[in-house]
Design a protein around this ligand. Sequence first.
Ligand SMILES: Nc1nc2c(c(=O)[nH]1)N[C@H]1C(S)=C(S)[C@@H](COP(=O)(O)O)O[C@H]1N2
Ligand SMILES: [Mo]
Length: 322
Amino acid sequence: MSLRDALAIPSAQITDETVYRQRRRLLAAMMTAPTLALAGCGKAEPPPPSGLVISPEQARAGFSTTEALTRLEDITSYNNFYEFGTGKTDPSRAARTLRTSPWTVAVGGACAKPGRFSVEDLLGARAPEERVYRLRCVEGWSMVIPWLGVPLGEVLKRFEPDSRAKYVAFTTLADPRQMPGIAYAALDWPYREGLRIDEAMHPLTLLATGLYGKPLPQQNGAPLRLVVPWKYGFKSIKSIVAITFVERMPLTSWNESQPSEYGFFSNVNPGVDHPRWSQKTERRIAGTASKLFAERIPTRPFNGYAEQVAGLYAGMDLRQWF
Ligand SMILES: Nc1nc2c(c(=O)[nH]1)N[C@H]1C(S)=C(S)[C@@H](COP(=O)(O)O)O[C@H]1N2
Ligand SMILES: [Mo]
């Protein structure tokens, strides 16, 4: 069985985080199995602290990391999803009522094959793959999350964007009956985000459908959310209902609400501070440390993905295009 096959264990078989971590250790053992067979009764190398198995290719591509994972409990109870309230624990309680099936996504704009699609049809035949990414919120905290998803570029290609498609705009559901936060003008609803087409097509950009081997919890943006690991977390828009290819830089919710604080690009950049807080360090909520005792670590340019993405911004003044 290949590593890829092993990771395709149906999500229904994976019950919780403990099982997920055990599965990673099992995979580690399988990777060293040939050596074991030769040695007869040898002992496998202990897995890295997180239990992750990272191939050099995955590491080079930025698709995974050996950094300690954030606990499932923290990923699902410390959220930003303003449609369900602005408190960190609001979404974990209020989003339980979000109906994620059936769910349709409208794809349109500058492309040859627009339409309305179920999540299944949108994703096509491609099986979700695992990506372990750092998530850095502009508020100064970060997590390490094992996502499941499909590269966004692979999905977008099927709609045959044309030469006018310079950007891609995304929209979140805005249903006041399901989303109590919509009653408050925290943002101008619906939540909107956007990427330049080359950012959208970059292999690191993920359309996530799950985490920790299971479908996405509602508070994390079920059934379908964007994950752009080198940008501040607010670019990773949740519960997407529309994807539109556009010619001009689209208006995005945070940029619209506070243009001097939140730029369109919003690449993680310790050299450019937010007007109200420094971006030089971050509280890493991971491993056994709870959110209260999270360690402060230096923030890296492009959230540690500079090798993979810095080239997208060659020649751009990143102070001007923050
Ligand atoms: N629709 C929508 N998407 C959203 C948000 C939101 O409020 N609404 N918050 C963003 C912010 S600020 C962050 S940091 C991440 C948090 O994702 P998580 O709760 O899954 O960690 O989601 C982003 N996507
Ligand atoms: Mo955020």
